[in-house]
Ligand binder design. Structure first.
Ligand SMILES: [Zn+2]
Length: 216
């Protein structure tokens, strides 16, 4: 990604991807114009992680403490998050375009992140379900990266290609999984991109009718 880094207060409406890994990809906005990275520091990554509801608050508190102690290592961990995010973006958007070759560099990077994550996992059995799990004790500041890489592998294996889309909204470019019943969701969020597109269409129609600003 080439673009700018901008502070952003994450809100629930920023989590419309339908999967935590896609919501990570969407921490960059306006990919269609001037990509803007909303992760302006490790504390911001922790804010985003808390909002997803995917991580235990106690783990995030531990990570905050670790980041306060080792801010340099925290920034390196964030760089790795960005690298994973961009590789996932390139891979997912290639997968959903029929005929587009999978970008080799992105595939290598996702593989590399996944291998690092797996090297830190423990096999646990809950009930009768075996699971590979990572924890803060073992992964330290890389915990979020490891968990996201494991989640990414699960997602990529089962990505519903025909239901995964890129929002055509102006200055958006967010990716989302359409889980609507009819499967005709076009916008990341009808209330934002959908409405502004409707507004534009309405404005253009009025202009064409000569009734809008600039008309007679
Ligand atoms: Zn959008």
């Amino acid at each position: 990604m080439t673009g700018t880094i901008q502070p952003h207060t994450f809100r629930c409406r920023d989590l419309v991807g339908g999967h935590i890994v896609i919501d990570l990809v969407n921490t960059v906005t306006a990919r269609d114009a001037e990509p803007t990275d909303w992760l302006d520091g490790y504390p911001r990554l922790l804010e985003w992680a808390a909002l997803t509801g995917h991580f235990a608050p106690a783990d995030l508190t531990d990570l905050r403490r670790l980041a306060d102690t080792e801010p340099g290592r925290a920034e390196l961990a964030l760089d790795r998050t960005r690298e994973l995010r961009e590789a996932l973006h390139d891979l997912i958007t290639a997968l959903i375009h029929p005929g587009a070759p999978a970008p080799a560099e992105a595939v290598d990077q996702v593989e590399n992140h996944w291998k690092h994550a797996v090297a830190s996992t423990r096999l646990t059995v809950r009930g009768n379900t075996p699971q590979l799990q990572v924890c803060v004790e073992t992964s330290g500041l890389e915990y979020l990266n490891h968990e996201l890489a494991l989640q990414a592998f699960d997602l990529l294996r089962a990505l519903p290609l025909e239901r995964t889309r890129v929002c055509p909204g102006l200055r958006c470019g967010w990716v989302f999984i359409d889980s609507s019943r009819g499967g005709r969701r076009r916008w990341c969020d009808m209330a934002t991109c959908g409405n502004s597109a409707k507004g534009r269409t309405h404005y253009q129609r009025k202009r064409a009718d000569g009734a809008g600003p600039g008309g007679p």
